[in-house]
Design a protein around this ligand. Structure first.
Ligand SMILES: *Cc1c(COP(=O)(O)O)cnc(C)c1O
Length: 393
């Protein structure tokens, strides 16, 4: 069994490109060029240089001594929270802005829910001096004011999506409409390991710098490249895909995914896509999807805005279906407690998304000598108000 994408753009039965006819030329242009660009030395050099000097990579692999002691195993944290802009998302937006430049594009569009991907996109557009339009649901604009302000400061235009539920999926529809109308000069930066082929593979490759670094960092600290487990939270699945990438076909390394169970997997208020989903089409790819019996997408819920997505990337559907990955889901409560625990034990306040990965200890007991690497996908500054409200701080 191979867990990488095949030459038709599928991971097993999942993936593909289910797009309106009018988007075909854009997606095809990308498909024909992305690997060629990424293999060029000049592209690799520029990508590496920006990751180093602008993002601040390599991100540390930190041995969490007190957390390890508490859970009686060896825990390392991959510190994506220390990246410029505070999360892993910038690894991908740096990569895609370079692809857009190579394609001669003069304008970038993106959609965002909580605003994290919008900020990461606006950031790289400012860096390159390229025009940026971010679509965001009208309701999300109201509830994510600080990120809207950040995008504006960075020079992006934030356009409200006024249709439907006025949230992420409506913003996605607007972005797709824009791309159809501006096929020649515009590149659409998707923010997770989702979308029509080649997006899931392209995003995964840009994020794979995470596991590339884990390998040599762990070798230096433990004398071996392979941990016993890699653990990540899953929204669409990009930090997870990057954390797993270089271990996908290495059975010595266990792959663990943690989704958001919200108020409980069977509460009707969750985003536990793998547990609840059925095969369907979302965002241009075939994958596991939360839907009603007649195929309408179910509104997801999680306390964490970044995990509040009704689908999951096709790679992860494949890892789930084949049993290569162990999938768990953490409730709001478990994640918030895990976030507080990390703060008190290690002096690191995690993003609530990342706190879901840390809640793995509620679900699985590791052996004392196991090496467990957890992706700390982002920092908690953006979530302070949520922590304040939840813990009445
Ligand atoms: C957006 C986000 C996520 C979820 O996205 P993935 O594509 O699943 O990685 C996780 N953590 C943080 C900090 C985020 O901002």
């Amino acid at each position: 069994m191979n867990y990488n994408i095949d030459n038709k753009g599928y991971y097993g039965e999942f993936g593909g490109a289910f797009i309106p006819e009018m988007l075909y030329p854009n997606v095809e242009e990308l498909r024909l060029n992305y690997l060629k660009f990424m293999e060029e030395d000049s592209f690799k050099d520029e990508f590496k240089q920006l990751l180093k000097d602008y993002v601040g990579r390599p991100s540390p692999l930190y041995f969490a001594k007190r957390l390890s002691k508490k859970h009686n195993t060896k825990v390392y944290l991959k510190r994506e929270d220390l990246n410029h802009t505070g999360a892993h998302k910038v690894n991908n937006t740096i990569g895609q802005i370079l692809v857009a430049k190579k394609l001669g594009k003069k304008r970038i569009i993106a959609e965002t829910g909580a605003g994290q991907h919008g900020v990461a996109t606006a950031t790289v557009c400012a860096l390159m001096g390229i025009k940026c339009v971010v679509y965001m649901g009208e309701i999300d604009i109201a509830r994510q004011a600080p990120n809207v302000a950040r995008m504006k400061m960075l020079g992006a235009e934030v356009k409200p999506a006024l249709s439907g539920s006025k949230t992420l999926k409506d913003a996605t529809n607007e972005a797709i409409r824009d791309w159809i109308n501006n096929p020649l000069d515009t590149h659409y930066i998707i923010g997770s390991a989702i979308g029509p082929h080649p997006y899931p593979d392209m995003v995964t490759r840009f994020q794979s710098v995470i596991s590339e670094e884990i390998k040599w960092q762990l070798k230096a600290k433990e004398g071996r490249e392979d941990p016993d487990y890699v653990v990540a939270c899953i929204g669409g699945g990009s930090n997870a895909a990057g954390t797993y990438y270089h271990y996908l076909n290495n059975k010595n390394v266990g792959i663990i995914a943690v989704e958001a169970a919200g108020l409980g997997v069977n509460s009707g208020k969750s985003a536990a896509t793998s547990a609840l989903g059925k095969v369907g089409i979302i965002h241009g790819c075939k994958t596991q999807l939360m839907q009603t019996a007649d195929g309408q997408i179910t509104e997801p819920y999680s306390i964490s805005a970044g995990l509040d997505y009704p689908g999951v990337g096709p790679l992860h559907s494949h890892l789930y279906k084949t049993g290569r990955g162990e999938f768990y889901s953490a409730t709001d409560k478990q994640a918030m407690q895990a976030g507080l625990e990390l703060s008190k034990l290690e002096g690191i306040i995690p993003a609530i998304e990342s706190a879901h990965a840390l809640a793995i200890f509620e679900h699985k007991q590791f052996k004392p000598n196991d090496i467990v690497v957890i992706s700390l996908s982002g920092r908690g500054d953006k979530d302070l108000q949520n922590y304040i409200d939840y813990f009445k701080l």
